[in-house]
Design a protein around this ligand. Structure first.
Ligand SMILES: CC(C)(COP(=O)(O)OP(=O)(O)OC[C@H]1O[C@@H](n2cnc3c(N)ncnc32)[C@H](O)[C@@H]1OP(=O)(O)O)[C@@H](O)C(=O)NCCC(=O)NCCS
Length: 146
């Protein structure tokens, strides 16, 4: 059965937090709520859930990227399908929504960065027609803010 793909609502966040945890991001629900509120206020959209039989089985965040030195594109920032629902077409359906989000804005490129350790995701994205562009290291600098 095809999942229902719809915009994420505040009331979905508890289940989204559980999925995030599964993906390896165990942050507090309150932090998720605060970021959801900011994103909603910004009004850019890009937050979607996949629902089947009334339960959230996956979620997607896609956002517009506008670097000065390269063409505007969209990027999948998060995509997670719960273990029990994997391989049932929900990931494909959410990526189709990301493609529609991209085209609706007249943008012609959708990107995703995926950890080299996520073997399944590499098969998945390749199967969906994504082509590997490059491999990167990610650096972060912790800063104190008063
Ligand atoms: C990667 C992920 C999003 C795929 O979602 P999914 O709903 O399970 O994938 P789908 O059922 O839509 O699969 C689409 C196609 O991808 C390929 N695929 C997906 N999972 C696969 C697997 N475990 N082994 C081989 N091929 C696979 C298949 O070609 C599949 O089509 P088919 O089932 O008709 O053969 C999901 O496994 C997941 O959430 N993984 C953990 C988090 C993650 O890695 N997220 C991506 C980070 S950017």
């Amino acid at each position: 059965m095809k999942p229902l793909i719809r915009e994420m609502a505040e009331s979905d966040l508890l289940q989204v937090a559980e999925l995030s945890r599964e993906l390896g991001y165990p942050g507090p629900l309150e932090d998720l709520r605060a970021r959801f509120a900011l994103l909603t206020k910004a009004g850019e959209g890009g937050l979607f859930v996949a629902e089947r039989d009334g339960a959230i089985i996956g979620f997607l965040q896609v956002a517009v990227r506008m670097p000065l030195e390269s063409p505007v594109h969209t990027e999948i920032l998060a995509l997670s399908i719960t273990g029990r629902a994997q391989r049932t077409g929900a990931g494909r359906a959410l990526v189709a929504r990301a493609m529609a989000f991209t085209k609706e804005r007249g943008i012609t490129s959708l990107r995703v960065r995926s950890n080299v350790t996520r073997d399944v995701s590499h098969v998945f994205y390749t199967q969906l027609g994504f082509e590997k562009q490059k491999t990167q290291h990610v650096y972060a600098l912790p800063l104190r803010v008063r």
